[in-house]
Design a protein around this ligand. Structure first.
Ligand code: SF4
Length: 445
């Protein structure tokens, strides 16, 4: 089963944290078959691109990378090229036509088939494994080669049932599937034993965790309670939340569990109820406002971050103004922003008669980004003079001064100087200065 001469594996990962987590699993599985990960594309025997199709730009990047690798294969025919992730899931025929030199195409549901797929590739077969349903496996059967030493990402639910009209995820990742709580708890125990200090529970719609089980006690709130009981100094986050799925029980659990960070990432997408309906988001503007108010009343130093789309088909200037106003009125701590990008399979992608011109879309995006900068700075300024508990993630050295880069429980980035601390240490920091994207402070006892 094992090849004792190590071969080099290079994985390029595009897109979200779920993809990054998948790449860590892919590297872990392939390490059982003699592949050692490298950061150098040029020395790789096996090159894999793990793709994202959330926007056209990411899809274009994937094809462009395949083109570069295809040229390399002409002079080095023994190298193998693979593609996986959302573009592979939706585009297998196109990939075969555009990049016939690709040796391995596998979908988001087929990662755990890699042990057999890789043997076929090594026997010079062109392999394509795309299924619409996941190939079952115990996730803990294979090791995971985590890229970070402090933060570990743990998918707890995959797929999505929401079918927002702009989003391709339900088509590429399938319907919601939760992992068994015991399997997650075992993985988290191992992570803590390995010395990781922050565990982020991942899901496209993380608050839906457990809804696909008959046992109604299996919920995200109860999973947080179980993980909070584990011994050790570590903290827990969860992303991404769907606004109307944030229950009172989940808010109570975040409150009860001292290891759970007071931080919520809740994409709003638009501040206008008509556009939210067109997007098939199951909440109105005022319902979103109520959720944010409820969370802020419970946790005074909470950070709430969001996602917004500028220029959804049919969005008027007035409706776009509602989005700008929402960002400001809700005092959001940070927002990811994007211009609307039509995706295949999606309903919004077919609303061609309502498409907004690129000029208007990008002009709105620029105004959204400007509002984001203003609101983020105001949010950060609130913390000047406060003491935040942070986890050191890394350090940078400039002019012989070492600065620690850390993140507060509420996800704010905090820089400070303390020669007694290193990555993985917790510290208390008094905030002395706020900038748009980060805070500065000094350590306190
Ligand atoms: S909730 Fe909507 S945007 Fe998020 S993954 Fe599901 S379909 Fe996509």
């Amino acid at each position: 089963m094992y090849n004792f001469l190590m071969k080099k594996l290079y994985i390029e990962t595009l897109g979200c944290q779920m993809n990054k987590s998948d790449s860590e699993r892919i590297a872990g599985i392939l390490s059982h078959f003699g592949y050692e990960e490298t950061n150098l594309e040029k020395e790789a025997d096996l090159l894999i691109i793990n793709t994202c199709s959330i926007r056209q730009l990411s899809t274009d990047k994937a094809y462009s990378k395949l083109g570069v690798w295809g040229k390399r294969k002409k002079s080095k025919p023994d190298i193998k090229i693979g593609i996986c992730g959302c573009v592979a899931q939706q585009d297998k025929e196109k990939i075969r036509q555009r990049a016939p030199y690709v040796d391995l195409i596998f979908g988001t549901h087929n990662i755990y088939e890699l042990p057999t797929l890789i043997k076929r590739v090594e026997a010079d077969e062109k392999v394509c494994a795309i299924t619409s349903k996941p190939v079952n496996s115990n996730w803990n059967d294979f090791k995971i080669l985590r890229k970070d030493n402090v933060n570990a990402w743990v998918p707890i639910i995959e797929g999505c049932n929401n079918f927002c009209t702009y989003c391709v995820v339900p088509f590429t990742r399938g319907r919601e599937r939760s992992r068994q709580p015991e399997e997650i708890i075992t993985e988290v125990k191992n992570i803590i034993a390995e010395g990781f200090k922050e565990i982020t529970l991942l899901g496209q719609n993380v608050d839906s965790y457990g809804k696909d089980f008959n046992d109604k006690n299996i919920t995200l709130a109860n999973l947080l309670r179980e993980l909070n009981k584990l011994e050790g100094q570590f903290r827990i986050r969860f992303v991404t939340s769907y606004p109307s799925d944030i229950t009172d029980d989940l808010i109570n659990a975040v409150d009860e569990c001292e290891k759970v960070c007071k931080y919520f990432h809740i994409p709003m997408q638009s501040g206008n109820s008509r556009i939210l309906k067109e997007m098939n988001r199951h909440y109105t503007k005022s319902e979103y406002y109520e959720i944010v108010a409820k969370i802020r009343n419970r946790f005074p130093d909470v950070a709430i971050t969001s996602d917004f789309i500028a220029g959804f088909p049919g969005e008027t200037e007035e409706e776009f103004q509602d989005t700008l106003n929402a960002m400001e009125e809700l005092k959001l701590d940070y927002s990811n922003t994007a211009a609307y990008s039509p995706r295949v399979f999606t309903k919004a992608g077919q609303m061609t008669d309502k498409f907004i011109s690129e000029d208007i879309k990008y002009e709105r995006l620029e105004r959204l980004n400007q509002k984001n900068r203003e609101v983020c700075l105001k949010s950060n300024e609130k913390f000047v003079g406060k003491i935040l508990k942070v986890l050191v993630e890394s350090k940078t050295e400039k002019d012989n001064i070492i600065t620690l880069n850390s993140r507060a429980d509420n996800n704010k980035i905090v820089h400070f100087i303390d020669n007694s601390k290193q990555a993985g240490d917790f510290a208390k920091v008094k905030i002395t200065k706020a900038q748009t994207w980060c805070l500065y402070g000094e350590p306190v006892d």
